[in-house]
Write a protein that binds this ligand. Structure first.
Ligand code: ADP
Ligand code: MG
Length: 276
């Protein structure tokens, strides 16, 4: 399994992009583990400044799809893929683009909160910077920590104990710390793989509110099994399905309201109404 430390060092951007909002466009993505094909020609546009929810039963390739969106899939030795992913028109797999560029622009938050437990809250937030070897002044660092924690909805709770270990926080706070850590390298897209599955309802609600606020400046893609959550946080939704023995694909995608209120495909209707 890949950990945060396995990810190559990132370069810290000198200044945030002028137009931070970015559209992520996946074109005809197929994916394999060895000879096992797990995704078949999946195309999806994830609009700038919106939250897109990926829903569907376990094993249909949602996490694989998400990991392809920031080039984590290629870290698995047996993995291969076909298709293209464009961030604002630039192919993130283009040979001239470095792997670290994609990672810098497209952050990821996982199901299980994974802060460095013994490291301070402050150092957890700037861990991404440390890996880059980039030196910024102490006051810039302080500001970055405050801004990142504020955006992650955690600043008020931890401002008085930034030197306390990250592992001492509650599960929900740890997840928000991980969100702050992702934000500290100023990504344009944030991918979230079941970010609330391990959390209680109160923490879940706080993270949902954080997501809604963040969507104004970061394009968000979230995998969730919680249908109420998909309806609360997303504007667009894609329903993934893998029929017995076949690779996963998108059955239907579109505005969340329509997917839940008036789905076209009967399998979508069955899934969103809990009949799967
Ligand atoms: P989901 O997130 O929708 O539950 P995944 O993307 O995790 O689905 O898995 C899709 C398929 O790919 C499953 O059949 C799963 O067993 C397989 N798979 C996922 N990761 C790996 C891996 N590292 N090696 C081999 N097969 C994998
Ligand atoms: Mg998954």
């Amino acid at each position: 399994m890949t950990t945060f430390l396995d990810i190559p060092a990132l370069d810290f951007p000198a200044a945030p992009p002028v137009n931070a909002l970015a559209t992520l466009d996946a074109q005809s993505i197929s994916a394999w583990f060895g000879t096992h094909k797990v995704l078949d020609r999946v195309s999806l546009t994830m609009e700038a400044g919106q939250v897109t929810a990926l829903i569907g039963p376990s094993g249909c390739g949602k996490s694989t799809f998400l990991r392809i969106l920031n080039r984590m899939h290629e870290l698995v030795p047996s993995a291969s893929l076909a298709g293209e992913v464009h961030l604002d028109g630039h192919d993130i797999y283009d040979a001239s683009r470095r792997l670290t560029d994609a990672r810098k622009e497209i952050g990821m938050v996982f199901q299980k909160p994974n802060p460095f437990p013994a490291m301070s809250i402050y150092d957890n937030v700037v861990a991404g910077l440390k890996l880059t070897g980039t030196r910024i002044s102490r006051s810039d660092k302080d500001e970055l920590v405050e801004v990142s924690l504020t955006k992650a909805g955690l600043w008020k709770e931890v401002r008085d104990r930034l030197r306390a270990p990250g592992g001492g926080l509650s599960g929900g706070q740890q997840q928000r710390l991980c969100i702050a850590r992702s934000l500290s390298v100023r990504p344009r897209v944030l991918l979230m793989d079941e970010p609330c599955s391990a959390l209680d309802p109160t923490s879940t609600r706080v993270i949902e509110e954080t997501m809604t606020d963040l969507a104004h400046e970061v394009t968000i893609v979230i995998v969730t099994h919680n249908m109420q959550q998909a309806q609360r946080v997303s504007q667009n939704c894609a329903f993934f399905l893998a029929a017995q023995g076949t690779p996963g694909g998108i059955v239907e995608h579109g505005p969340t309201e329509l997917m839940f209120g008036d789905p076209i495909d009967s399998r979508t209707a069955d899934y969103v109404n809990g009949r799967f």
